[in-house]
Design a protein around this ligand. Structure first.
Ligand SMILES: [Zn+2]
Ligand SMILES: [Zn+2]
Length: 605
């Protein structure tokens, strides 16, 4: 009989034990994968230690609970490298995450399936990369950046070591893979937990047994089981898509890469394409919307449009009008499940083939027929306000439209872009999500117009100016001229953009952040609590705020979240501003485990 200690791959709250004890009839190897009974389920678990029971007798006598038995292994041998222990412990600590949640995030999701293929699979000799009917040749700047990456990894390839190249999204990853397949003779692969279990098992094995040297990846790629990783490259480090803002523990690849490079003592290289864009001379003009706030285009912009051939219009709001405003009580109509404005859409009814008006909540997705009167004051002067992409399309019907509502998958998007690029005159209306395709548009447009800068800036987000600045840099890459329409032309953001004065912008921005204690001055942690009762949520938030105050930790809040009510739950949040590591540990003790913790947040709504 053996005594086993395992880490179950399931989320257990921090205050619960993270390492569990079992017994077994046969010996399981450390770092193998077994099935551990927890309550009435069998959960995949990693074996840490397995020793004959005699050695542990004393310990077991002392404990008055009965050990459960582990009898099944999913993978009997080691299947991940040693450095995982150190890496995941440091990552858990940094992100305030429970150890089990970090380990859970670091392995394929469907482990039962994965392990079946792991037993069967063998490594293929070569991989090729193709995108159907898509002939890609990189633009001059992109070629320069890509060859810079190749140069960066030459030494490691020669020495038969592994390199990991991390991309912010699948578009640029695919483009680099296409480039690699025609400019590099060796093997490379794409690693992601979103691959099918069969494919994932094959690649996992190839990386673990050092059969493959170049690994390209997105968010989960830092958890590939490297055997000889010698360098990590982060492409586009100022792109916030490197941060996972959707699922706990909200890892950021840039931070995980730093942790892993220090654990393995290997170099971490940043390849920043925005540096190339900064050098580019593009005329930027700021146009005021103050005189005619309802206007889609100012007179100046309109006359520019008429004289240019290839044009991009950026409208950063979906639907036809983002708000429905009551002219009597000045309230914005919002969803009854969420505290979010209802967006007015014109939608095609697929049965009648008629365009129908609809009100849609962007949080819960619930659709309603438009209402004739205000639910608050019963007034019937409801006004569509704000500018949505559908309204602009109505005004410029000869423009193509790209938005997340229409193009949903990578394949569909690629098809749209291919078709668009083949047209003689390239006229496009899009939300900001088009920017991941900008790599294919170098100098393509004669003119790009941001119709309302405010649609980028309306969130309570200390990063919003920086994000807008970086987005403008990306536009410089694809357009010879850039017009920005705004209600606030005197703002330093627009002034420094117009003067192309990055230093001035950064200086002002850094001073403001210092004053308010935002990064890079300190560290931010956003903590969120929600409950079905708004009163209970508020009370809980106040309790935690009081404890933070007692420990003399700086914070903002508690405040109702930007969207206070989401799917019938009420959200309160606190923004903690830490000055040093010591404070971090103090704060950690105060935050109960039913709060959602986001370290270094980049999304605030
Ligand atoms: Zn009203
Ligand atoms: Zn809703």
């Amino acid at each position: 009989m053996y005594f086993l200690e395992v880490i179950p791959l399931i989320y257990l709250p921090k205050e619960k034990p993270q390492i569990l004890s079992y017994f077994s009839q046969k010996k399981f190897k450390p770092k193998s994968l077994v099935l551990a009974p927890i309550k009435h389920q069998k959960i995949p678990a990693i074996v840490l230690e397995s020793e004959p029971l005699e050695k542990k007798k004393l310990l077991i006598k002392e404990s008055d609970f009965l050990l459960k038995e582990i009898s099944e292994a999913l993978i009997e041998e080691e299947f991940f490298p040693d450095y995982f222990f150190d890496f995941l412990e440091k990552a858990s600590k940094y992100y305030f995450s429970s150890l089990t949640l970090s380990w859970f995030s670091a392995f394929p999701k469907n482990l039962k399936n994965f392990s079946k293929f792991w037993k069967k699979t063998s490594f293929k000799k070569s991989y090729s990369w193709k995108l159907k009917d898509f002939n890609f040749s990189p633009s001059p700047t992109l070629k320069k950046i890509f060859s810079q990456i190749l140069k960066e990894i030459q030494k490691e390839i020669k020495e038969k070591k592994q390199v990991l190249i991390i991309f912010p999204d699948n578009v640029i990853l695919n483009l680099f893979a296409l480039y690699l397949s025609s400019n590099f003779k060796g093997n490379f692969c794409f690693f992601s937990f979103s691959l099918s279990s069969k494919k994932l098992a094959e690649i996992y094995k190839a990386i673990f047994f050092n059969k493959i040297q170049i690994v390209l990846g997105l968010s989960s790629s830092l958890f590939a089981p490297f055997s000889s990783l010698a360098k990590i490259i982060i492409f586009d480090p100022r792109n916030n898509s490197h941060k996972n803002s959707n699922s706990r523990p909200f890892f950021d690849n840039r931070t995980l890469a730093k942790i892993l490079s220090s654990v393995l003592k290997i170099p971490l290289i940043e390849i920043d394409p925005l540096k190339e864009f900064e050098k580019k001379k593009t005329k930027i003009e700021i146009l005021s919307l103050k005189e005619n706030p309802e206007e889609i285009l100012t007179k100046k912009a309109f006359s520019e449009i008429e004289s240019k051939k290839n044009i991009l219009l950026i409208v950063n709001r979906k639907g036809y009008a983002p708000y429905l405003l009551c002219q009597d009580c000045f309230r914005v109509l919002s969803c009854e499940n969420c505290d979010s404005p209802l967006v007015f859409y014109k939608k095609l009814n697929l049965e009648t083939l008629k365009i129908e008006p609809k009100l849609i909540c962007r949080h819960c997705g619930k659709e309603r027929k438009p209402i004739d009167f205000c639910p608050f004051c019963k007034g019937y002067l409801l006004k569509l306000s704000g500018l949505g992409i559908q309204k602009v399309k109505e005004k410029f019907p000869f423009f193509e439209e790209f938005s997340k509502d229409k193009q949903t998958t990578f394949k569909k998007e690629l098809k749209f872009i291919k078709n668009f690029l083949s047209q003689k005159e390239k006229k496009l209306i899009s939300t900001a999500i088009i920017s991941k395709w900008f790599w294919l548009f170098e100098d393509l447009f004669d003119l790009a117009i941001i119709l309302r800068a405010e649609s980028f800036l309306a969130f309570p987000d200390y990063l919003s100016f920086e994000k807008f600045y970086l987005f403008s840099l990306r536009l410089k890459f694809i357009s010879k001229k850039l017009l920005i329409q705004t209600f606030n032309p005197e703002n330093y953001l627009f002034k420094s953009l117009k003067e192309e004065n990055l230093e001035k912008f950064l200086e002002k921005e850094i001073n403001l952040r210092k004053k308010f204690g935002f990064p890079p001055k300190g560290k931010l942690i956003r903590i969120v609590y929600s409950d079905k009762s708004s009163l209970k949520a508020k009370k809980e938030a106040q309790k935690v705020a009081w404890q933070l105050k007692f420990k003399k930790i700086k914070f903002l809040g508690p405040t109702p979240s930007f969207i206070f009510k989401k799917k019938n739950r009420f959200f309160y949040e606190i923004l903690i501003k830490l000055e040093n590591e010591k404070e971090k540990n103090l704060a950690l003790k105060v935050i109960p485990s039913d709060w959602v913790i986001d370290v270094d947040p980049v999304k605030f709504s």
